[in-house]
Design a binder for this molecule. Structure first.
Ligand SMILES: Nc1ncnc2c1ncn2[C@@H]1O[C@H](COP(=O)(O)OP(=O)(O)O)[C@@H](O)[C@H]1O
Ligand SMILES: Nc1ccn([C@@H]2O[C@H](COP(=O)(O)OP(=O)(O)O)[C@@H](O)[C@H]2O)c(=O)n1
Ligand SMILES: [Mg+2]
Length: 192
């Protein structure tokens, strides 16, 4: 059984940045759904390359069968770890249902980390991210925010109801955000 922490929040809220630091310090393995999809898009012989690129540019969500298999394969390929940081997933109802179906009995959701940050700040960060992403432009960002509001936020609300959600405000310097996140992890691992 894999321990899993879902990491959610608007584009640019700092998911990748915080996950990298947790991976470095707390023996969790960082799996970014977006990074896995971008790698699959580039993989020679992938039958999904064009489909993935079209979703990424449009800020829409790739069908869960593709994303969840990439996540499961990455977990299988990874060595022993305290758990996995599943960054940017589940982003909609399809993601959530597909995960429940495919990972039933294989993963334990420890908690859901929700990085909350005002959208205008998130957009500014994405525009300045400098990673050359095909979706860090005004047009794609507008659609990504719409997808976040319409599809991802209800998933976060769903986790809030089951008391799995842990919200950390990420409109602050990285070190301050990270310190609060570490406390969340320590609390969760103490309870076990
Ligand atoms: N707390 C923060 N304060 C200022 N800038 C940040 C903060 N966290 C992340 N960033 C920057 O914002 C951009 C988006 O961060 P990233 O971790 O890629 O977010 P996400 O994965 O949620 O889209 C990056 O350029 C990152 O360096
Ligand atoms: N679960 C997921 C995660 C990402 N994606 C796609 O990948 C894009 C980039 O996701 P990302 O997590 O790298 O983006 P950020 O929130 O880190 O900025 C999303 O806008 C979606 O098009 C997806 O389809 N399904
Ligand atoms: Mg990211």
């Amino acid at each position: 059984m894999h321990n899993v922490v879902f990491v959610l929040g608007p584009p640019g809220s700092g998911k990748g940045t915080i996950c990298a630091k947790i991976q470095e310090n707390l023996n969790y393995v960082h799996l970014s759904a977006g990074d896995l999809l971008r790698a699959e898009r580039q993989r020679e012989g992938s039958e999904f390359g064009a489909l993935i690129e079209s979703h990424i540019r449009n800020g829409s969500i790739v069908p869960v069968e593709i994303t969840c298999s990439l996540l499961e394969n990455a977990m299988k390929a990874s060595g022993d770890a305290k758990g996995f940081l599943v960054d940017g997933f589940p982003r909609n109802e399809d993601n959530l249902q597909g995960w429940n179906k495919q990972m039933n009995g294989k993963a334990f959701i420890q908690f859901v980390l929700f990085l909350s940050c005002p959208v205008p700040i998130c957009i500014e960060r994405c525009l300045n991210r400098g990673q050359g992403r095909t979706d860090d432009n005004e047009e794609s960002l507008k659609k990504r925010v719409e997808t976040y509001n319409q599809q991802t936020f209800p998933i976060i609300e769903h986790f809030k109801k089951s008391e799995l959600a842990r919200e950390v405000k990420s409109e602050r310097p990285v070190d301050e955000v990270y310190a609060d996140v570490v406390n969340v992890f320590n609390e969760a691992n103490k309870q076990k």
